[in-house]
Design a binder for this molecule. Structure first.
Ligand code: HPA
Length: 269
C-alpha cells in the first residue's frame, strides 16, 4: 500500500475508536510519558493494535496512544515514540505526525530527553531551531503533495508564537525554561567528546536521538511545533559517564515541572 493510503487507513481506524477531533498532538520522550496518564476521558489504543504503526522497544517508552482532555484541550498523545536507531524506517518514525495532521491537529508538542551542551541535568529547554546531523531526511522519496511542498521552508519549523507562550507560561509558574538549538543525531551511541566539542562550535545547546525527523514532517505538513528538551545529563566530555538509566532517572526529578508546564502551555495556546 502506498504511504498516503496507509495514513488514511490508520486515521480511519483511530476515528472508529473515537479519536474524533484532536487539537494538539503530544509526542512524549524518554521518561516523560507519564503526562498521558493525566488525560481525562481517555481513549487508549495499544500500538500493537494500530494498523501500519511501529513498535516501541525502548525502556521508558510505553507504547500507547492516548486521546482525551488535558488542560481543557483535546490531545492525542504518543506515549513512546519510534526512533531511527531501533531500525525503524523514517517513514515509520514520522508516521504518527502525519496521522495527527489528517485527524485535524493544528499543532504538536514534541518532547525529548537530551544531553546538555552548556546546560546541565534538570534543565528544561524550549527548542528554537535544530541542526539535522542524522545524515537522513524523512522527506526523501516521492513528495506527498497533499501534505506539503517538495522543498519545504524550515525557517520557522519551531513556531515562534508557541515558544513565546511557553516562556510566558513558565514565568507565571516560576519554572525556569531555557532556550536553545537541538542537534539531532541517529544514536544509539552517545557522542564522543570530540563530537560534542564540534557540536558546541556549530551552535548546539542540546543533543539527542529523536525529534528532528518528526519536526521536519510536521513543518512539511504545516503543523505548528513546540519542542521541549529535558536535559538529563551533560553531554560527553563534560561528565565522566553516560547511561540510559541516568537519563530516565533525571526525568523522574523534572517530570513534575515538565507536566505542569506542558499542561499550562496547552491551556494558553
Ligand atoms: N546524547 C544523545 N542523546 C541523549 C543524551 C546525550 O547525551 N542524553 C539523553 N539523550
Amino acid at each position: 500500500m502506498i504511504l498516503v493510503e496507509k495514513i488514511k487507513e490508520t486515521a480511519a481506524f483511530l476515528k472508529d475508536k473515537g479519536i474524533l477531533a484532536p487539537e494538539f498532538g503530544l509526542i512524549l520522550g524518554s521518561g516523560l510519558g507519564e503526562l498521558a496518564e493525566e488525560i481525562e476521558n481517555p481513549v487508549v489504543v495499544d500500538y500493537a493494535d494500530i494498523p501500519n504503526w511501529g513498535r516501541s522497544t525502548v525502556a521508558g517508552h510505553a507504547g500507547k496512544l492516548v486521546y482525551g482532555d488535558l488542560a481543557g484541550r483535546k490531545v492525542l498523545a504518543l506515549q513512546g515514540r519510534f526512533h531511527f536507531y531501533e531500525g525503524n524506517p523514517l517513514e515509520v518514525v514520522t508516521f504518527p505526525v502525519r496521522v495527527m495532521k489528517v485527524l485535524g491537529c493544528k499543532g504538536v508538542i514534541v518532547t525529548n530527553a537530551a544531553g546538555g551542551i552548556g546546560f546541565g541535568p534538570g534543565t528544561l529547554m524550549a527548542i528554537s531551531d535544530h541542526i539535522n546531523l542524522t545524515g537522513q531526511n524523512p522527506l526523501i522519496g516521492e513528495n506527498l503533495d497533499a501534505f506539503g511542498p517538495r522543498f519545504p521552508d524550515m525557517s520557522d519549523a519551531y513556531t515562534k508564537a508557541y515558544r513565546e507562550v511557553a516562556h510566558q507560561t513558565a514565568e507565571k509558574l516560576g519554572i525556569a525554561l531555557q532556550e536553545g538549538v537541538y542537534l539531532g543525531v541517529t544514536g544509539p551511541t552517545y557522542e564522543t567528546p570530540a563530537e560534542i566539542r564540534a557540536f558546541q562550535t556549530l551552535g548546539a545547546s542540546a543533543v539527542g536521538m529523536s525529534t528532528v525527523p518528526e519536526v521536519i514532517v510536521a513543518a512539511h505538513s504545516g503543523l505548528k511545533v513546540l519542542g521541549i528538551s529535558a536535559i538529563t545529563n551533560f553531554a560527553a566530555g563534560f561528565q565522566s559517564e553516560l547511561n540510559h538509566e541516568e537519563v530516565v532517572e533525571v526525568t523522574q526529578h523534572i517530570k513534575e515541572d515538565f507536566k505542569g508546564l506542558v499542561k499550562a502551555i496547552l491551556a494558553a495556546l
